[in-house]
Design a protein around this ligand. Structure first.
Ligand code: GCO
Length: 452
């Protein structure tokens, strides 16, 4: 096993199972909470579902050929829990694991390093019926799934990401009701927040003892809040947002403690020994970064605040997300200065812009190129100031199912025509290909900015 400190910097792209795979009822896959949510009228724009998505399940070879031509060295994908363990626990589903076997083999044959995420939100529905992450039993369910999956693929997959953005899963899924499982229940939100941390810690512990050569980490979304107006209450709520969104996951993992202001809310769910379980050594931290949140005090909201669009003068993507590369640099510096932080991979960064196919049949997405260029530069500024970043993954390789917004928001370097399922590489794909060619042999991340 190579020492990760000598690994080359990884340029990559990221996707997630429910957002791209399709084949929702094939090969013995059982429904996940996202199948149920998307099929519930009114939950997803236009009634879009992941039934077919990008049909990556059938077209993964074509997609890996696109990755090879792009020249990426690493690919982050997620495992669909309900494809490999349709019952949620215990009995593995051979055709489900076979799919990931073939996917990993094809990646390795193409010289691509796989980064596998175990949980990118698509919990088997059968486990949600038993309470999902609000039920403390999820600690055992998740550990069992993690071990079975890592044992099956871990002879080739070295990098394992436990969770993707637990804050989004807890908050949008259990407090705001905007994501599966669609709850608006403060107690469930609090229980889920703690149980995500606990399940992650238990899985890290058992995977570490199963195979010490695996590189283990998790992916958090760093999304700082700023007050949207001059009210004192909004400033206080921006701090609350920071605690709930960022510090509730960074704190227990890296420092063994929940933020002091939030602890009383979580305490009913925290048992003796839990914080020791959560505080595990991680080989890396995955960071997803998109934007800041503009926070407004709102006493009618379940969490006490709401997130609003940025002020009109602020540059933004088609999602109304602030474009602010300095914040990307600064949040990395803040992380380094605030927590004992392991090496970092930027496991997602990217932008939705409305794309059009021009008369020449191409997608001239100059705004996405500009965005990526500026954000990569900001990351390199953080590296130059000593932040240990070892990889960068664009979200996303393909346009895909953007959760409650369905197929409308397009984040891909490759356009997908959701009628014909044809793939059309955008200008940003060719830009990233050329960028990687110029920057591919960087072994010491800190030299990255010098070579630009
Ligand atoms: C998330 C997820 C991705 C999203 C991406 C764009 O952050 O929500 O990890 O699944 O698609 O971030 O919103």
């Amino acid at each position: 096993m190579s020492d990760p400190s000598t690994e080359s910097f990884f340029w990559g792209t990221a996707t997630a199972s429910y957002q791209i795979e399709g084949a929702a009822a094939e090969g013995g896959r059982a429904p996940s909470i996202w199948d149920v949510f998307a099929h519930t009228p009114g939950k997803v724009e236009r009634g879009d579902t992941g039934d077919v998505a990008c049909d990556h399940y059938h077209r993964f070879k074509e997609d890996i050929a696109l990755m090879r031509d792009l020249g990426i060295q690493a690919y982050r994908f997620s495992i669909s829990w309900s494809r490999v363990l349709p019952g949620g626990i215990a009995r593995p589903n051979a055709p489900g694991f076979d799919f990931y076997d073939r996917l990993v083999d094809e990646l390795m044959a193409g010289g691509l390093t796989p980064f596998a995420t175990l949980f990118h939100w698509d919990l088997p529905q059968v486990l949600q019926v038993s309470g999902g992450f609000a039920n403390r039993d999820v600690v055992g369910w998740f550990s069992d799934y993690a071990v079975q999956t890592a044992e099956r693929l871990g002879d080739r997959v070295k990098h394992w990401i436990m969770l993707n953005e637990p804050s989004v899963y807890a908050c949008l899924g259990h407090a705001l009701g905007m994501h599966a499982p669609g709850l608006t229940d403060l107690q469930a939100f609090r229980a889920v927040t703690h149980h995500l941390n606990l399940a992650q810690g238990a899985a890290l512990r058992v995977l570490r003892s199963t195979n010490p050569a695996w590189r283990l980490g998790t992916t958090l979304n760093l999304h700082r809040g700023v007050p949207a107006d001059g009210a004192e209450a909004s400033a206080a709520m921006a701090e609350r947002h920071n605690d709930l969104w960022n510090n509730c996951f960074l704190g227990p993992l890296l420092s063994g403690a929940y933020p002091i202001r939030i602890l009383p809310e979580l305490e009913p769910f925290v048992r003796s020994g839990d914080l020791e379980t959560i505080q595990q050594t991680v080989d890396f931290l995955g960071i997803n970064h998109y934007n800041r949140a503009y926070i407004q005090d709102d006493s009618n909201a379940l969490l006490g605040f709401r997130s609003v669009a940025p002020p009109s003068e602020v540059p933004r993507t088609s999602f109304d997300w602030e474009i602010n590369p300095q914040e990307f640099r600064d949040v990395l510096l803040w992380l380094r200065d605030t927590y004992p932080c392991p090496p970092i991979y930027i496991t997602e960064n990217g932008a939705y812009f409305d794309d059009i196919v021009s008369v020449d049949g191409k997608v001239h997405d100059a705004r996405r190129i500009d965005f990526l260029d500026r954000y990569i530069q900001a990351m390199q500024e953080a590296q130059a100031k000593g932040v240990d970043v070892r990889g960068y993954f664009v979200w996303s390789l393909l346009d895909n199912f953007e959760w409650a917004c369905g197929y409308r928001p397009t984040f891909g370097l490759v356009k997908v025509d959701f009628n014909s399922l044809q793939r059309i590489p955008k200008d940003s794909y060719f830009w990233y290909r050329d960028f990687i060619r110029q920057h591919r042999n960087i072994t010491h991340p800190q030299t990255a900015s010098a070579s630009r």
